[in-house]
Ligand binder design. Sequence first.
Ligand code: ADP
Ligand code: MG
Length: 339
Amino acid sequence: MGKITVLDEQLANQIAAGEVVERPSSVVKELVENAVDAGGSTIDITIEEGGLTLIRVVDNGSGIEDDDMKMAFFRHATSKLKTGKDLFRIASLGFRGEALPSIAAVAKVECLSSPETTGLGKRLVIEGGKITVYEDANTPQGTDIAVRDLFYNTPARLKYMKSIQTEIGHIADFVNRLALAHPGIAFTLKHNGGLLLRTLGSGERLQTFAAVYGTSAAKAMLPVEGEHPDYDLRGYISKPELTRANRNGITVVVNGRYIRSFIINQAIMQAYHTLLPINRFPLAVLEFGMHPSLLDVNVHPSKMEVRFSKEPELRQFIEECIGNVLGRQRHIPGPAPAE
Ligand code: ADP
Ligand code: MG
C-alpha cells in the first residue's frame, strides 16, 4: 500500500483558506471583487466587530443562476475562466474559483442571490464547508452574501487576529481603494452601525477621491493623463505641497484591479524627484489601461502583486506623464488647472 492519498474536498478547502483568507479584510476583498465582477452599480458592505462576527456584501449585479449556486462553493469552480488561454488575458478581478469554498470552510455563510428582476432566487447556507440549507427565496436581483463567525472552527487563526480597530482599518483601506478604482460604482461601508464611506458612483474619480480623503485634499490634486501604444493612464496626483509620511496615499489601478507595485511607486517618486521633501510621499490615484496580455496577475493568491512584461517602457511612460504635469506646475505659475 502506498502512502499517498488525495485530500478530501473539505480538507483541501481548509488548507486553501489558509492562503486566501488570512484575515477579515481578505474576505471583504474576495466578496467585494465578486460584486464588482458581477457588474452592478451599487455595493453595500456591512461589518460588525472588525469583520469577525459579520461581513455582509450586497450587490445589484448579475446574480447567480439557480444551477450555479451550489457550484459556486466548489473548489476551482468559476464562471470567469474557461480555457488555459484565458489565463493570459484575464479581465475579471477573480478567476481562481477558490474564494467562496475557502471562506465557507472557515465561517458560516448565507448567500441569497437572484439573476432575475422578478425577485425569484435561491438561499443557501453553508457552515464549515457543509451545505445545510438550499431553498427558494424572494430576493432582489443581485447577490447578498453574509459571512458570520469567521474562523469559528480554526481557533489558531482566530488567536492571531489583531484588535477590531486594526482589522477594520485594513478593511476600510481596501474598500477605499476599490472605490477609487471604480468611481462608477456607488459604495457604502458601515462598521458597527457607523458609516465609514459613501461614494456616489457618478463616475467622477475626483468626487470619489473627495469621499475618501476629504474635499480639501481633492482640491490639491492635479489631473494626469497619457497615451502610449501599449498603455494609457488617467488619474490624479497631488501638488508637491500636499504630502504624507508614507506611501499609503498612492493607489494604483491596472485594468480595474487595485494592485501594489514597487516599480510604479518608484516611477512616481522619480517623477517628483526633488519636488518632495525628504521622506514625504504624494497622494495619487492612477489608473492604467493595458492589454491583459501585458501583465500577469497570477503571481500570488491575493492577486495584488502583478508582473508587467514591458517594465522599463512602463516606468518611462509614468515618469513622463507625471513629470509633464509637475513641470508645468513649476515653470508656469498661475491658477491651478481646472479640477
Ligand atoms: P472566482 O471569483 O475566482 O470565479 P469565487 O469563489 O470568488 O471564484 O466565486 C465563484 C463563482 O461564483 C464566480 O465565478 C461567480 O460565477 C459566482 N459569484 C460569486 N459571487 C458573485 C456575485 N456577487 N454575483 C454574481 N456571481 C457571483
Ligand atoms: Mg472571486
